[in-house]
Write a protein that binds this ligand. Structure first.
Ligand code: OAD
Length: 253
């Protein structure tokens, strides 16, 4: 394993255009549960009953009561971990250009990453289902469920529900980033939800990008597209990679 980590570190240190694709797993060490697998959100909650756009439209009170509980562990509470911080170091060094995240927790930005594509939207913002006005979740009155806009419409989190499509501008930018990078770090995603799951394939097809995957468990990508699979937790693995990086990357702990 140490040899593989060293190889990954060398590849990262020599790359000039890196993109990252992250999923729920990168925030697990920050105390946010993933969706799938042991302790996952979808073990407790049926996504079709609570995370589908039709469920929100038909029963906003029920969906909002669940969201309030889930958001409580995220918005404003969770702190970035060494996985998020490692990506900030790579950005500051100039080699990591963009993070495409499926997460709605805002932890990449909280850690200091500046170019983050929120592929599935964000919990940091609400959007009125009637007039489309946006409002910061932290400033919204959540004492009445569902929260309402001045226009009387119901606010929803500005994130993607099942049954919704990814906004075209988000898709286009993600496509551009993935088809230009020479290395993609794929961290903490089960790579099972499309179209996000095919982003590494786009990178590989476009430039022959090297795919380095970090995950405690193998995923459908591991066999198919990953060139280096580092089996482990995001924060822990980032620190182990850091030990082999040139000191200019600032990984010393
Ligand atoms: P998943 O919950 O599907 O997968 C989480 C992945 O993280 C799994 O492969 C785990 O093995 C891995 N993992 C667990 N702990 C980890 C750790 N400490 N470090 C690194 N990896 C770890 O999450 P996503 O792939 O992000 O969509 O899920 C994709 C989408 O499915 C989500 O964005 C969400 C969900 O339905 C929407 O809400 C639209």
């Amino acid at each position: 394993m140490e040899n593989l980590i060293k190889k990954a570190a060398n590849t990262i240190a020599n790359a000039q255009n890196i993109a990252a694709l992250t999923g729920a797993g990168i925030s697990v060490e920050s105390g946010i549960p993933p969706f799938r697998g042991q302790g996952g959100v979808w073990e407790r909650i049926d996504p079709m009953e609570y995370a589908h756009i039709d469920a929100l439209i038909q029963n906003p009170v029920k969906v909002w009561n669940m969201l309030i509980k889930e958001m409580a562990s995220m918005v404003g509470v969770a702190q970035p971990n060494d996985g998020h911080k490692g990506l900030v170091r790579l950005e500051r060094q100039g080699c990591l250009k963009t993070i495409i995240t499926q997460n709605v927790d805002g932890l990449h930005q909280k850690a200091g990453s500046t170019d983050v594509i929120e592929f599935h939207g964000s919990f940091a913002w609400l959007r009125c289902m009637q007039c489309n006005k946006r409002c910061e979740t932290g400033t919204a009155d959540l004492s009445v469920i569902p929260p309402r806009c001045e226009c009387g419409g119901i606010f929803r989190p500005d994130c993607i529900f099942f049954g919704e499509i990814i906004p075209p501008d988000v898709l286009m930018r993600s496509h551009q980033v993935s088809s230009e990078c020479e290395l993609m770090l794929v961290i903490g995603t089960s790579a099972t939800v499309q179209p996000a799951a095919s982003i590494p394939m786009t990178a590989k097809a476009a430039t022959g990008a090297v795919i380095i995957e970090i995950n405690p468990e193998p995923t459908p990508l591991t066999e198919q597209d990953s060139d280096i699979f580092l089996q482990g937790k995001a924060g822990d693995m980032m620190n182990r990679i850091g030990k082999f990086m040139p000191s200019s990357f600032g990984f010393e702990i």
